[in-house]
Design a protein around this ligand. Sequence first.
Ligand SMILES: [Mn+2]
Length: 333
Amino acid sequence: MNGMADAAKLVREGQRFLLTCHVLPDADAVGSMLGLAEVLRALGKEVYLYNRDPVPEQLLFLPGAEHVRASLPTGVTFDATFITDTAARTLLPRQFPPRAVTGPIVIVDHHVAHDDFGDVIVRDPSACATAVVVLDLATVLGVKPLPRLAAAPLYTALVADTGGFRYPGTTAQTLRTAADLVEAGVDPWMVASRVFESWSMARMRLLGLSINAIETEYAGRVAVLTVPLAMLEKAGATEEACEGLVEYGRMLKGVEISVMLWERRARSDETMVGSLLTRMSLRSAGRADVSKVAVALGGGGHRAAAGATVSLDLRTARDRVLAEAGRELGIDP
Ligand SMILES: [Mn+2]
């Protein structure tokens, strides 16, 4: 796979590495980063884990999650920086450390690339999770058996990105890999309950409010969940509570594309212009390729799951995404 040999060379020749992933990290981003950290430690390397945003609460059970820092040590430089699960430069914070600090950038990812950032690219769009790419890298590096502490983060990444081994992309090999990780000591129910359940009351309330307001378009082929700031506030929820609720729209019989839109205020360190943004998350129930819809709006993702952030108000963003969804479904406007 493309840059695998170059990545392995950087590992062998270097000593101190920075590991990071996209902002608002999800289970695959964090799990892959933590798993890779253990693989590098097993080779006697020094690793530093960094993300602007905190590890989501439901992932704090992962060994090593407590070592992820929101800032870098001053005066320390790295032999290379590994960025997991990140397909575009815009998914990193604006104040990302300069090249003199990071050293060569290695992308370890399974998305289709959106720009050409990274000096070494280890990318496998056929992998169901970045965790699979990390496991491949561990194999190339000769790290066997897998370090005990790497098993739970990598298994969690696999479970999360396959929706609990349900999504297309789940293969016999996915299940074999998962079985290996369970044999290494992972407790599947513990992981599933943390990743998919253990909801806060705020998230449960937000689900209720957003489901209550669900709409369909194009004769039931597209479901739309819209979350204005006022709805978030009423639920007592923060933006993280929106994550994944788009999947409820896909559960409606006949829906081919589910869209969730939520309003948010821009953070001062974001590359977007405008103070009110709309974030959107898309899921496909079948043949539709929602990454095309997301890319048309400046975002990205996979065939079955994608997203974008636009500097548009909720209403305009809704019109735009519906037009693109209609186009993807081959419906004449
Ligand atoms: Mn992923």
